[in-house]
Ligand binder design. Structure first.
Ligand code: CA
Ligand code: CA
Ligand code: CA
Ligand code: CA
Length: 259
C-alpha cells in the first residue's frame, strides 16, 4: 500500500472499525539509534511509548510485568525497543533459531502486504539470543526457520540477574534494528525503506513465564485467542516521515511564506 498519509489514515480507520485492529504511527528519525540496549538516545525520547496488554482480550497485565514499546525508522532500518518490567528474568537458550517461545521473549511480527502469509517473525530473549523465521503460510503450516534477517542487530540490557530465581529483578530492555534490505524477499517490502504513508500489518508481543504461575501473553494488538499467529488481528503500522500534525504545521508555514 503506497498512498498518501491522509488516504492511508482514512483507509486504516475504516479497516480498523471493521476488524477491530489497532494502529500506530511509526515516525522517521533523523538522529541516530545506537543498538546497545540502552534507550537514552534523543531519537527514542521523541518516540511514542505504547504499552502491551493481554494478548487475548487486551486486558491489563500485572503491574510488575508492564511492557512498553517504541518504534522508529530511517533510510536503512526499522527500530524497535522493548522495556519489560520483570521481577524474575530467565532464559536458558543461547543458540540462534532455538525454540525461544518456550521461555521468556519479546517478539516482532511484520506482514508488509497484510495477507497473513509470508510474514517475518523475530524473537529476542533476555540473553540476547534470537530466533528469526519467515512464516510462509498457516494452513497447512509452512515456515522457514533457516531464513535469517540479514544484518540484524539486537542488544539487551538487564537490570537484575538472569536465571537467579530467588532474587527480585527490575526488568530488561531490548533494542532492535531490522535492515529494510533484509526484508527484500517478503512481498510488498521492496528491500528499501517504505515510502511516506506506507502501512504494513504487524504485531509486538511478549511471553512471560513466572515461576509456579500461568504464563502471561502480551500483545500490542490483542489477537482474540492465546495464539500469536493470528495475522488478521495484527495491528496497522503507518510509516510517516513526519506525523500529520507536523505536516499540517509545515503546510501552514509554507502557505504563509508564499501567499
Ligand atoms: Ca541505544
Ligand atoms: Ca520473568
Ligand atoms: Ca504477507
Ligand atoms: Ca532464522
Amino acid at each position: 500500500m503506497r498512498i498518501s498519509w491522509y488516504m492511508c489514515i482514512v483507509g486504516v480507520a475504516a479497516a480498523a472499525a471493521a476488524q477491530e485492529v489497532v494502529e500506530r504511527e511509526v515516525c522517521w528519525t533523523s538522529s541516530p539509534v545506537v543498538v546497545d540496549g540502552v534507550l537514552d538516545e534523543p531519537a527514542w525520547e521523541a518516540a511514542e511509548r505504547v504499552s502491551l496488554a493481554g494478548a487475548v482480550d487486551g486486558s491489563a497485565v500485572p503491574e510488575e510485568l508492564t511492557t512498553y514499546t517504541r518504534m522508529l525508522w530511517d533510510e536503512r532500518n526499522l527500530y524497535i525497543a522493548f522495556e519489560c518490567s520483570d521481577p524474575d528474568i530467565w532464559g536458558t537458550m543461547t543458540q540462534r533459531d532455538a525454540s525461544l517461545w518456550k521461555e521468556e521473549v519479546v517478539e516482532v511480527f511484520l506482514d508488509p502486504d497484510g495477507d497473513g502469509e509470508n510474514y517475518a517473525e523475530l524473537e529476542v530473549s533476555p540473553n540476547n539470543t534470537v530466533v528469526d523465521l519467515k512464516i510462509v503460510r498457516l494452513k497447512p503450516w509452512k515456515s522457514e526457520l533457516g531464513w535469517d534477517i540479514a544484518g540484524l542487530r539486537t542488544a539487551v540490557q538487564v537490570e537484575g540477574t538472569v536465571n537467579l530465581r530467588d532474587d527480585v529483578d527490575r526488568g530488561w530492555t531490548a533494542e532492535i534494528a531490522i535492515p529494510w534490505a533484509s526484508l527484500e524477499d517478503i512481498p510488498e517490502a521492496t528491500g528499501g525503506p517504505p515510502e511516506d504513508g506506507t502501512s504494513w500489518r504487524g504485531n509486538l508481543y511478549r511471553i512471560e513465564r513466572p515461576l509456579g504461575k500461568d504464563w502471561v501473553l502480551m500483545a500490542w494488538s490483542p489477537v482474540g485467542r492465546p495464539a500469536f499467529h493470528t495475522p488478521e488481528r495484527f495491528g496497522v503500522l503507518i510509516f510517516l516521515i513526519a506525523p500529520p500534525a507536523v505536516q499540517g504545521a509545515l503546510w501552514g508555514t509554507l502557505k504563509l511564506l508564499f501567499r
